[in-house]
Design a protein around this ligand. Structure first.
Ligand SMILES: *Cc1c(COP(=O)(O)O)cnc(C)c1O
Length: 423
C-alpha cells in the first residue's frame, strides 16, 4: 500500500496510534456516551510537502479535490470519482458587509455536484472504499450526506445504502432515490437512523460513511479550508499564495465540518504554507444545541432533544463534538446558538442581498455572525468568511412563511392594477 504520507490514526482519548493500512472507525469505548472514541488521521508533513511542492504550486493548481490528494488518506487522486468536487467560489459580499460593518466573504459550497458540502466527504468515502476494495457503502444522514453519497457512488459504480429520517426534506430523499441508492426512511429522527445504519453495517460488513464514527470524513471536508486559504489570498490581495481571514463561521450539527475547517487550516500551518489560524465560530440552532451547551457549561457533551427546523444541523447527540470543541477552543473562537426564526430570516437576507439561496442549516452561519457582532465577538472591519453549506433548492419551502406569495393573474389588466398600486 502506498500511504507513505500517512503516519496513522490517533485515538483522541488514549493517544494510541493505529496503522493507516487498516480501515478503522472510532475505537470502541463503553464509557463514552457515543460508544466510541474518535480517531484523527495524522500525516508525515515532510512527505506531504515533497508530493505537493511549494505553497505557490498548490495555489496555482486547479481547485478540485484531486489537487489535494497528498493531504488525503488515499494513495493518489486516481481513486476519486470524475465528478468534480470542490472548487466552489469564495465571493465578496458587499451589501451585507456594509450592513454588518465587517469585510464579509461567503464560501458557496452549495455549488457542489449534489448541492452541499457533504460531497467533499462522500468523494473521499468512495475513494477510500475503492482503496479498501469495498463495493457497498452505507450512511446515516439527515439528507444531504445520503444524496451526496448516492451521487458519488453512482459515478464510481458502487452501491450506496442510505438511512434517513422519514421526515427529511423530500428533495434530499428524491436525490438519493434518483441517483439509484437503496433508500431506507427510518421511523424516528437522525439519531434513530444512525443507530439502524450502525447495526446494519456491523451485520452486513458495509463500509460505514456515517459522520464522526468514520474518521476519514473530516479529511474530505477539510479541503474547503485549503480552497478558502487560496481564494482568500487572491481576493483580499494579500500577496501570499495562501492567507487566513480573521474569522470563519460554520454551521454545526455533528460538528464534523467545524473540526474539518480547523484541520484544513492546521495542515497548511504545519506545512508552513500559512501564517496564522483564523478564529472559528461554530453556530448551532438553540433547538439543537448540545455542543453549544457543553461549551457554555464547560461540561461534557450530553444528549438533547433536538427539534430545529434546520434539519441538517438537527442532532440529539452530536457525533463529532470533540473535534468541534477543539477547533473552537484552539482558534480562540466561540460557539453561538441562534433561534430558528433568525435562521429563516438569514435565508431571506442571503437571497435578497447577495442573490444566494441556501438551506436553513447554511443560513445559520449568517445568523451566527449577526449574534457575534451583537456580542462584540467580531470587531469592526474584520475579514469574515461565512461557510454556506447547502443549497436552498433542497428545502425550498423553509422561510416561505416570511415571504409574500406570488401574484396570480390572467390578463394585462390584472398586472396593471398591481403595478399601479406599487408604483
Ligand atoms: C451536514 C451539514 C451541516 C452540519 O455539518 P456537521 O458536520 O454535522 O456539523 C451543515 N449544513 C449542511 C447543509 C449540512 O448538510
Amino acid at each position: 500500500m502506498n500511504l507513505e504520507h500517512v503516519v496513522g490514526l490517533a485515538c483522541l482519548e488514549s493517544g494510541t496510534m493505529h496503522s493507516p493500512d487498516v480501515l478503522r472507525y472510532g475505537s470502541p469505548n463503553p464509557t463514552s456516551e457515543l460508544g466510541f472514541s474518535p480517531l484523527d488521521v495524522r500525516y508525515d508533513y515532510a512527505v506531504v510537502k515533497r508530493k505537493l511542492g511549494s505553497a505557490e504550486a498548490l495555489a496555482m493548481a486547479p481547485l478540485i479535490m484531486q489537487s489535494f490528494a497528498p493531504l488525503l488518506p488515499i494513495p493518489d487522486a486516481s481513486y476519486l470519482s470524475t465528478l468534480l468536487v470542490g472548487g466552489t467560489p469564495l465571493l465578496r459580499s458587499s451589501r451585507l458587509s456594509r450592513e454588518l460593518g465587517v469585510e464579509l466573504f461567503v464560501k458557496d459550497d452549495s455549488r457542489n455536484p449534489s448541492g452541499s458540502l457533504k460531497d467533499r466527504a462522500s468523494a473521499l468515502a468512495v475513494a477510500h472504499a475503492r482503496f479498501f476494495r469495498r463495493d457497498k457503502i452505507a450512511v446515516a444522514s439527515t439528507g444531504n450526506a445520503a444524496a451526496s453519497l448516492a451521487s458519488q457512488a453512482a459515478s464510481a459504480g458502487l452501491t450506496a445504502i442510505v438511512f434517513v429520517p422519514a421526515q427529511a426534506p423530500i428533495a434530499k430523499i428524491m436525490q438519493a432515490v434518483m441517483y439509484g441508492s437503496r433508500v431506507y426512511t427510518v421511523n424516528g429522527n437522525y439519531d434513530a437512523a444512525y443507530e439502524v445504519c450502525q447495526r446494519a453495517c456491523e451485520c452486513f460488513g458495509w463500509y460505514n460513511r456515517s459522520t464522526g464514527y468514520n474518521p476519514y470524513m473530516t479529511e474530505g471536508k477539510k479541503t474547503v479550508s485549503f480552497e478558502m486559504a487560496i481564494q482568500f489570498a487572491r481576493l483580499a490581495g494579500t500577496g501570499a499564495p495562501m492567507s487566513a481571514p480573521d474569522a470563519v463561521f460554520v454551521p454545526v450539527g455533528d460538528g464534523c465540518i467545524a473540526g474539518a475547517v480547523h484541520k484544513g487550516f492546521d495542515d497548511l500551518l504545519q506545512l508552513g504554507f500559512l501564517e496564522r489560524m483564523p478564529r472559528i465560530y461554530g453556530v448551532q440552532s438553540d433547538k439543537s444545541a448540545a455542543i453549544h451547551r457543553a461549551w457554555v457549561r464547560q461540561a461534557p457533551i450530553r444528549k438533547v432533544n433536538a427539534t430545529s427546523r434546520a434539519d441538517s444541523i438537527c442532532a440529539d447527540m452530536p457525533r463529532d463534538g470533540a473535534k468541534a470543541l477543539r477547533a473552537i477552543r484552539e482558534t480562540g473562537g466561540s460557539f453561538l446558538a441562534v433561534s430558528d426564526g433568525h435562521i429563516l430570516k438569514a435565508i431571506v437576507d442571503l437571497a435578497r442581498k447577495e442573490g444566494i439561496f441556501v438551506e436553513p442549516a447554511a443560513a445559520a452561519s449568517l445568523a451566527g455572525l449577526c449574534s457575534a457582532r451583537a456580542q462584540g465577538l467580531v470587531r469592526d472591519g474584520e475579514k469574515v468568511v461565512l461557510l454556506l453549506t447547502g443549497s436552498g433548492l433542497k428545502d425550498p419551502l423553509a422561510g416561505a412563511e416570511l415571504l409574500a406569495k406570488p401574484l396570480r393573474v390572467s390578463t394585462l389588466d390584472d398586472v396593471k392594477k398591481v403595478e399601479h398600486l406599487s408604483a
